[in-house]
Design a protein around this ligand. Sequence first.
Ligand code: ARG
Length: 577
Amino acid sequence: MLKIKSLIAEKIYEGVVDINPEAEISAQDIAGMLEYPPDATMGDLAFPCFKLSKTLRRSPVQIAATIAQELKAEAIASAEAVNGYLNIKISNEYLGENVLPEILQKGEKYGAPAIGEGKTVVLDYSSPNVAKPFHIGHLGTTVIGHALKKLHEFAGYKCVGINYLGDWGTQFGKLIVAYKLWGDKEQIEKGGIDKLVELYVRINNTIKGDEENGIPQRADLADQAREEFHKMEIGDEENIALWKWFVEISLEEYQKTYKQLGIEFDSYKGESFYTDKMPAQVEKLRESGLMKIDDGASIVDLDEYGMPPCLILKRDGSTLYPTRDIAAAVYRKEHYNFDKCIYVTSTQQILHFKQWFKVVELMGYDWYDELVHIPYGTVSLNGAKLATRTGNVVLLKDLFAAAIDKVKGIMAEKNPELAGNEEIAEAVGVGAIVFYYLTNNRIKDINFNLEDALSFDGNTGPYVQYTYARTCSILDKVGESYGGKIVISNDAEAALLKTLCQYEERVLSAIKDYEPSVITRFILDVAVAFNKFYHECSILNVDDNNVRGTRILLTEATRNVLGSAFSLICLKKTERI
Ligand code: ARG
């Protein structure tokens, strides 16, 4: 639609200049002012003339009437002046002769805005804390992060996806103590991360004590944990070996989840990687006089900026989360020379990022404004049915397993032929969760409802995947494609094309606002438009060869655009469902 918008804007511009040759406005400004009317019967695009009232010193009604009279272009079927608006209908011929061939010809590249050429974006996302549960709260960072990566790649950026594993810190001291007390190598090898989490939960409960369950408090274990972590820091061989093993086990588990989502990272450099890169930054902070001692701890005072101080070193001299983030950002800038470095975390970390971004600025790094924090709301789950052994959190893998299980049930009922097809059940089950999650604006808190997410009738993943499968099965039946004349013969066909050709605009808006839900909603729009077309137009049983051929091409264009948009939001393409 961008192309159509700029064609129409050129023509409106001519009308504007006719009224006042000195009007201070460009065709490009006009293109940006074109709106989609709330009701399609009013037209496909609308131009609000009141915005020109001042420049042209006329009433919007007069402007609309004057421009409408002269507004003629190949793409325009009609232009009507209504209450100070110019309501424009796009011509079906134009859609058939220009838009449809362009979608088919560009194939995978269709809809890709060329804005990222020669630029690099680093994305820091997912980043679970090793040996702590990988839970439903990580869904947001994982899928929003990956969708943002895909979107940027689509726009031509070079992207580096980094999983900044929480692989260093006192939790490892605790885990080592717990392992030495109660651990069993074989059990952990078999049970994987679940066993580590069990140990972690147990040590925390023991340190705190749980009188109700007869566990006396053992605060001394906290000291032991600190001691074990300190040993790790100074390179104690036994502890380092244990730590490496814990990380390995956790990673293996995460990989399974990433595989289900079709996600791969370019780097797994976690917090531990930056241990030896922090002193230089701490030194820089000290030399510049930014760092102050406050009650023994080293801080950067941010009072002037309306924020609490950023903590750099604890009283015992050990480093903190912000310290590592600063060192990591400097390293990434040097290493990747990014144009943007994007961090995706929950809203709970907004202050953390504001603080250390400010510190980076104060340190004189002129790329501070290339750091972008993308927060998202919290996720909860309806009913506590998925609560796990590990306490009151819901593990991501358990959520996926539950969804896959339910899909298997639905498949057995609806399409017994495919029952037992693990691959499809996984694509639909996991896809349902991802899609449901990404339907909402990222900043909104979400309450998950598995039934809703898995419904085949609502605005869901299964519904759009089903639509995709429908296009595939139609095209399968056709065999050969069509190279004849294109004839758009009704509104449903035209409406489908008008939806498809909004793809690039939606991609741009998703990138601009860091908002994958824009794509999810676009996918729904396409699915709705296609299904309307499918129900109203017979595709294969039509006598007119040109009409039949055009409908086949429309189906092909839909399949291509849907498939492309699916990949932007981690949704797998299902040829059968
Ligand atoms: N590991 C952190 C957590 O689970 C998220 C890390 C986000 N990235 C960053 N560079 N701080 O809360």
